[in-house]
Design a protein around this ligand. Structure first.
Ligand code: ATP
Ligand code: AMO
Length: 434
């Protein structure tokens, strides 16, 4: 729209056309106000009934809440107006009238269930606190991208329709690809590894991953956004350094560029950039410390997955992000490299936030014969992955990397209760639309 002025930019003494949504109408008798809302904020439009054209007053005051209007008039200073200025209109156009039976109240005065909000995201994101989550999410992804570029990575995009899975066969969504069985990709794992052996060496991808996980929890999605890093001539320790840099860089960017959003969401007082180095605990130390907390009925032993209550107890004790390293080889995937001097221990690591796991990664098995052996041990047919394994015969450097769950990052940075709040249109067990 040409010549449109945003609410926040309307200067006293100027003429302006402001356009947006009818947030509220307040009729005080002789004088009435229409509060107009756009992406920058709100502005008051004043109607002095006796002094203005009747038709103009009627149009301005009869319009339903959430209708889209354009108002043209003089902008005046007015200390009693919420933003210190108001528009005295000489024309008002109702561009898109809204039905009066709104499924959700964008003024936020009436609370709505999460499912109602997710069904009506257009209206939901008219609320400043909800809109702010997605502005912070955009900043988080921008900052992660910048950090990864700064360490010499090239951004890549890999296929989401694939012939084989990598992260466990039961969690794949099957699809039909011209009569052939195919799947939605669970992780760019194999593709990003293939690119460290190319001329690119260091790569990252920010893209969707698909997991057919049956369970319904506040931290699992069936379609999530993964921030993936992979670097040639890196070991797991180098990969953890990059991971720590990216996560801290994200917090710093949010602190620097999202002050208003943190206020709007109501978390400004709780937000802080993690300080100090993230501690690195071995898996063995982690299970010992979890056992010592007494949080579990049964003592953990080598080879056990860490149960959620155990992770929470340890997270509470540590009070910030921490890595768990040196996992048992048997519970890490085939592509993770084991230590040369002890094949029962892997170079796999997880980055934990006190509330949940954020990242998995590790050094990769780059030796062709060991890789083939790993497939077999995991019950996978190496022939199905020939497109991947054969490249390990033509000069594959040692390499390491990780995958960071984008929504879990947003969720933990902002202290959101449910991962669905970090996605505009989440996909979960019950939700395929919108
Ligand atoms: P990732 O899936 O990326 O490996 P994660 O932290 O989600 O990371 P999971 O293996 O999915 O790992 O689950 C981690 C923990 O969550 C496990 O201890 C598991 O018992 C617990 N968990 C999984 N599903 C549920 C559920 N539906 N309800 C409660 N806890 C669950
Ligand atoms: P992993 O399966 O642990 O590792 O996934 C990496 C990170 O992605 C996020 N994540 C999810 N977030 C929301 N909903 C889900 N269903 C979900 N599943 C995973 C988590 C998790 O830590 N290929 C390896 C990574 C690597 O080694 O580079 C992988 O995919 O934050």
């Amino acid at each position: 729209m040409q010549d449109r002025t945003y609410a926040a930019d309307a200067e006293p003494g100027s003429r302006a056309t402001v356009a947006g949504w009818v947030h509220e109408i307040r009729d005080l008798g002789g004088i009435a106000f229409l509060i107009l809302r756009d992406t920058t904020g709100r502005i008051q439009v004043k109607f002095e009934k006796d002094e203005m054209d009747d038709e103009l007053v009627e149009t301005g005051l009869d319009v339903s809440r959430e209708s889209v209007v354009a108002v043209t008039g003089d902008v005046e200073e007015e200390s009693r107006a919420p933003t210190g200025v108001e528009v005295v209109p000489d024309s008002i156009e109702v561009i898109a009238p809204a039905d009066t039976d709104l499924p959700l109240d964008p003024s936020g005065k009436v609370d709505a269930e999460l499912s109602t909000r997710l069904d009506n995201r257009t209206l939901d994101l008219r609320k400043p606190d909800v809109k702010a989550i997605f502005e912070v999410r955009a900043e988080i992804l921008r900052a992660a991208r910048e950090e990864l570029r700064a360490v010499g990575c090239t951004e890549i995009n890999t296929p989401k329709i694939v012939a084989t899975g990598t992260e466990g066969g039961t969690e794949l969504f099957p699809i039909t690809y011209f009569g052939e069985e195919a799947f939605m990709n669970q992780s760019p794992q194999l593709f990003k590894q293939l690119m460290v052996g190319s001329g690119l060496e260091r790569v990252f991808e920010i893209g969707p991953i698909f997991r057919a996980e049956e369970h319904n929890t506040p931290r699992h999605l069936n379609e999530a956004t993964s921030i993936d890093f992979e670097g040639a001539f890196c070991d797991h320790s180098d990969a953890m350094d990059v991971c720590e840099e990216v996560v801290k860089g994200v917090y710093e960017a949010v602190e620097e560029n999202c002050t208003a959003q943190l206020e709007a969401i109501g978390v400004a007082d709780d937000f802080s950039v993690p300080d100090g180095e993230f501690p690195r605990l071995t898996y063995e130390e982690a299970i010992e410390r979890i056992n010592a907390t007494g949080a579990l009925d049964q003592q953990l032993v080598w080879g056990d997955d860490l149960p959620t209550e155990g992770e929470h107890a340890l997270g509470e004790e540590i009070g910030g992000h921490y890595f768990i390293t040196d996992w048992p080889s048997e519970i890490k995937p085939f592509y993770i490299k084991d230590y040369d001097d002890d094949e029962t221990v892997s170079t796999g690591f997880d980055l934990m936030h006190p509330r949940m796991e954020l990242v998995s990664g590790g050094q990769r098995e780059h030796r062709h014969d060991h890789l083939i052996e790993g497939f077999k041990q995991q019950g996978l047919d190496p022939d199905e992955f020939e497109y991947y394994t054969k490249m390990f015969k033509y000069g594959m450097p040692p390499h390491a990397g990780w995958g960071l769950g984008g929504e879990r990052l947003v969720m933990t940075v902002l202290g959101l209760d449910n991962i669905r709040e970090a996605v505009i249109f989440p996909r979960d067990r019950q939700r395929l639309s919108p």
